[in-house]
Design a protein around this ligand. Sequence first.
Ligand code: C2E
Ligand code: CA
Ligand code: CA
Ligand code: CA
Length: 275
Amino acid sequence: AKADGRGCFKLYAEHMDTALRERRAMEGELRSAVANGELELHYQPLAEIEDGRVIGFEALVRWNNPRRGQVPPAKFIPLAEETGMIHDIGDWVIRQACRDATGWPAHMKVSVNLSGKQLTSFKMVQRVLDALHESGLPPQRLELEVTESVLINDPETTLELLRNLRELGVSIALDDFGTGYSSLSYLVRFPFDKLKIDSSFVQGAAESPENLAIVRSILSLAGYLNITTLAEGIETREHIELLRSEGCQQVQGFLLDKPMPQNALHQFSRYPIAG
Ligand code: C2E
Ligand code: CA
Ligand code: CA
Ligand code: CA
């Protein structure tokens, strides 16, 4: 095997080469995706756990590429972040989401995911304002979702930026809560409107006492701080009954519906999930 040392290295180098070329190719195609109209938003309902009433939809971006088919966000958002394309893509997402939401019943909100990269400049405040003005959507109907990780690098500046966004009248949700660095102190210092409990704890709560303990402590903390709670990744009746009995207020997950294109949203107002 030792004699193969060089051959192995050459193979490895070729492999790297292929990976790099593939990355470049994808980068090039992603660069023209917005202009070519290849991005699309799908919407997943968020509902009150008590009566199944739909309170809004989360916008989840899809990339429909003629050659690659539908590329999931986990495959291209990281690339968009590394290359800076996330600013243009993120802009398109906010604008499109606001436009789409103006056609929904007036009590329904649209939730938009923001990447940490989008929160490094105060220009973001103007971009959100532009999207609201352009679409005519009242700020109270827009929710921005951020993860704990946005606070890692420069928490003071990021919190100031979030505060400015909130002053526009939009609400701010903390996404994937529990999976990132524990930022319990930020919870007290920043008035987040909602905590989205990550699906791993939601789905694990029925199986392990540790996960149940995490869910319980998030819910009690949110209760003290008067923050709305939503459980992500609800797939079964068991998940929903458990979260209901623990006092969680809102749910989202495949049990209700998967993310759907805008034109499939018309009839949704209530899901039969009442206990
Ligand atoms: P996320 O914000 O945590 O979104 C929830 C993800 O869980 C979505 O995956 C959704 O389809 C999936 N999901 C919803 N309910 C269930 C369920 O019951 N079971 C399971 N197994 N999965 C469920 P998706 O659409 O592939 O998005 C993945 C991630 O990509 C998102 O996670 C978000 O972090 C990111 N993302 C999506 N759209 C955007 C965007 O417009 N901008 C940015 N920056 N990130 C986005
Ligand atoms: Ca989200
Ligand atoms: Ca999430
Ligand atoms: Ca997630």
